[in-house]
Design a protein around this ligand. Structure first.
Ligand SMILES: Nc1ccn([C@@H]2O[C@H](COP(=O)(O)OP(=O)(O)OP(=O)(O)O)[C@@H](O)[C@H]2O)c(=O)n1
Ligand SMILES: C[C@](O)(CO)[C@H](O)COP(=O)(O)O
Length: 272
């Protein structure tokens, strides 16, 4: 079994390898409490359960069995991760003004470092720090033989309203049928070349990878991801993420990166 998996990830494999890509170049404006000053660091570096949020995300990717490597796409000038090294991920300052720009920059770096057009890429928000290695491997297993690819998503659990804003405030305009509604999560998994083409065509209007693929006429697979795979977006979300991580034990991230800060030597990665 191990040999089979190694072969599936070998360079030149016709089925393609699997790469992680973590857009990590946002500022986290919605995570700042109303009236509070802007923090020194963007939200992905805030401490959650004792570690910078993105390290929890990276721990999940480091634990996924099928990935050949993971790229963290940082904003230009962001050196926060310089002291952290792992054979399983690397980082590059290839971020852009929008999430779509950052993903496009990351895809180009992967291609420049030897990834193939037909390789698969799993794009995942740095700020979605509760994803598990099992979910990442599960998404690969569900999508690797699909002609398009797919994404983790959560079937809408609540009644859905549209709103209208008028002189008496924000009021309900209508109630929408929720039977076919899902919340898009990440990772979102597509062939690297197809995704780059789709994002280049759609540009910043693509708030996720799937919407760019949809605009090309594709129908990505929806794979249930669960309520815990939420994106830390608003101030209250930090406490929720911390509670889930502490309930899980919270130690995997700590163990994985312990001692890797300061004077650590880069660890050789066969692909980078
Ligand atoms: N130009 C950007 C914008 C966002 N992201 C990343 O995309 C993910 C999801 O975006 P979001 O939660 O919206 O993060 P921010 O853009 O930082 O948040 P906000 O919109 O509140 O400023 C985050 O990991 C964020 O770092 C990115 O890499 N490049
Ligand atoms: C990619 C995403 O997390 C899927 O829900 C989402 O679209 C990101 O949107 P944001 O506005 O950049 O947070």
């Amino acid at each position: 079994m191990t040999d089979l998996l190694a072969a599936a990830n070998a360079p030149g494999c016709p089925q393609g390898r699997f790469w992680g890509l973590i857009p990590c170049a946002g500022v986290g404006a919605r995570a700042i409490p109303a009236g509070a000053p802007a923090p020194d660091l963007p939200k992905q570096y805030h401490l959650v359960a004792g570690q910078p949020m993105v390290l929890h995300t990276l721990a999940a990717f480091a634990g996924a069995q099928r990935l050949a490597g993971t790229l963290v796409a940082l904003a230009p000038g962001d050196t926060y991760l310089d002291g952290y090294h792992s054979s399983l991920w690397f980082h590059a300052q290839c971020g852009g003004a929008t999430r779509a720009d950052t993903v496009i920059g990351g895809l180009k770096v992967l291609l420049a470092r030897g990834a193939a057009q037909h390789d698969w890429v799993l794009v995942h928000d740095a700020a979605r720090c509760l994803v598990t290695s099992a979910q990442i491997d599960g998404l690969i297993a569900e999508c690797e033989h699909d002609s398009v690819g797919g994404l983790l998503a959560h079937k809408l659990p609540d009644t859905l309203k549209t709103a209208i804003t008028g002189p008496t405030g924000v009021r309900v305009a209508s109630t929408v049928d929720r039977s076919d509604k899902w919340l898009a999560q990440t990772p979102q998994m597509f062939r690297l070349g197809s995704l780059l083409d789709a994002l280049n065509r759609m540009g910043a209007a693509a708030t996720d990878e799937a919407s760019a693929m949809e605009a090309m006429g594709h129908r990505p697979k929806l794979i249930p991801g669960g309520a815990h795979n939420f994106k830390v977006t608003y101030p209250d979300d930090f406490a929720l993420a911390e509670a889930v991580l502490m309930q899980r034990g919270g130690s995997a991230t700590l163990e994985l990166f312990k001692g890797k800060r300061d004077n650590a030597q880069p660890v050789g990665n066969p692909f980078f």
